[in-house]
Structures are given as C-alpha cells and as structure tokens.
Design a protein around this ligand. Structure first.
Ligand code: ADP
Ligand code: MG
Length: 236
C-alpha cells in the first residue's frame, strides 16, 4: 500500500492540526466492528473515499473536525459511521433523547441521510428519526416519543419542536453540521445557534461542507474547539 504521505498526495488531501492520524486507506485498516464492515461490503464499496479515509481516524479520536470536500465525495458516511461507534461507546438510553444530532439544510437531504443511517446502522440496531418542515408535526413527535439514537433535522423544524418542549437535547454528545455552507446560504444561522445552545458544551462537533467561505469559517470558529481541518482538492 501507499504511505500516508503518498496516499494524501495522490488524493489531494490537506490536513491542518496537531498530531493528525494517518488515513485509513482500506476498510480492513479501520478496525470498524464486523457488523459495520458487513454493511459496507453489502453496499459493494471497495475502499473508503478520501474524505472518509482521513476523517474517520480523527472523528474516532473524538476530536472536532471540519471536512471540506465537494458533493458526491461520501461525506455522509464520513460522519455517520464514527457516530455509530460513538453511540456504542456511550451506551445511552434513546428514550432520554438522541445522542447524535445531524443538522441538514433541506427535507430531501435530511431524508437521504436518514436512509443512509438506517441502511448502514441496521445491524448495529441504531434508530434514527427525521424532522423537517412542510409536513405535519404529529407523526414526527410520535417518532421522537418512541426514542431515537440519531435525530436528523432541518434547523427550522427542530427549533419549532424545541420551543414546544417536545424534544430534549441534553444527551447529545455528537453534533454534526452537514452542508454547513448551504444551511448558511439558506439563512439558517440564527436557528443553528439556538439549537446549539440546547446541546451540552461537552460534545464532539463535526462540520461538513462543500465550500469554505468566510461565513462558514466564522461559525466554525464559534462552535468547534480546536478542530482538525481536512480538505480534499483545491484549498482556498
Ligand atoms: P456527499 O455528502 O459528499 O455529497 P454522499 O455521502 O451523499 O456524498 O455520497 C455520495 C454517494 O457515494 C452515495 O450514493 C454513497 O452511498 C456513495 N458512497 C459513500 N461512500 C462510498 C464508498 N466508500 N465507496 C463507494 N461509494 C460510496
Ligand atoms: Mg452530503
């Protein structure tokens, strides 16, 4: 196999941060539990994508991370699989609220994330609910009441449900801001900040984005602690 440096050069991976672990260049080197390896095998995946290869070891160290890579590069599993392992380590009771919270800009994207979480988390017995606007709240509130390890939500709907006091985020310890650039473009910054106020400060925060403009840098600086930054391709 390639050395870590050669792998990073070949896949245009740039890392910023102290003592960054080398990438997982194959699924065999991840040390993932067998039930997760079985799911990626069933999906027909032959190797981690570059953003996964470099994000996974960092996320598994419980470090904050900013991952910048274009659409279609496999960012969803980049945060979901370490989230599954985090859930296993915590052993929290999902009846008391989610442990993993993923914020996503749109209903369509949130639903896709939930589908991926259900597919790859099934054999790990992970439960996931999805909260988004433009649909009645009743079924979503019932899903929350049944308990879920992972909540995937658009910032607007999650705020509505928080204001109704129908969800507790006090157990969240793994917070993901997915498509952070799009969420800010859509004007969700106030709702994101309100949600984050409800999440304990002792947490791991992961930000995934396709671009790295100054608005995204600003919110990253406010919400993440000493993050490792991983870029794939052009760095700006
Ligand atoms: P992004 O969030 O970066 O836009 P996605 O997470 O939506 O990308 O992934 C894009 C597609 O790649 C999805 O269909 C996903 O299932 C697939 N995918 C994810 N990881 C791998 C992998 N390691 N090998 C092959 N395909 C993958
Ligand atoms: Mg994505």
């Amino acid at each position: 196999g390639l050395s870590p440096e050669a792998y990073r050069r070949r896949h245009e991976i740039t890392v910023t941060g102290d003592n960054v672990l080398p990438p997982f260049t194959s699924f065999g080197s991840t040390g993932f539990p067998s039930e997760i390896l079985r799911e990626v095998h069933n999906a027909g995946f032959s190797a981690p994508t570059p953003i996964q290869a470099q994000s996974w070891p960092i996320a598994l160290q419980s470090r904050d991370i900013v991952a910048i890579a274009k659409t279609g590069s496999g960012k969803t599993l980049g945060y979901l699989i370490p989230g599954f392992i985090h859930l296993k380590r915590c052993g929290n009771d999902s009846k008391l609220g989610p442990t993993v919270l993923v914020l996503s800009p749109t209903r369509e994207l949130a639903t896709q994330i939930q589908d991926e979480a259900v597919k790859f988390g099934k054999s790990s017995r992970i439960s996931c609910v999805c909260l988004y606007g433009g649909a009645p709240k009743g079924p979503q509130l019932r899903d929350i009441d049944r308990g879920a390890d992972i909540v995937v939500a658009t910032p607007g709907r999650l705020n509505d449900i928080l204001e109704m006091r129908r969800i507790s985020l006090h157990q969240v310890s793994y917070l993901v801001l997915d498509e952070a650039d799009r969420m800010l473009d859509m004007g969700f910054e106030p709702q994101i900040r309100k949600v984050v106020k409800e999440v304990p400060a002792r947490r791991q925060t992961l930000m995934f984005t396709a671009t790295w403009p100054k608005e995204v840098r600003k919110i990253a600086a406010d919400l993440l602690v000493n993050p490792v930054q991983v870029n794939i391709g052009d760095v700006d």
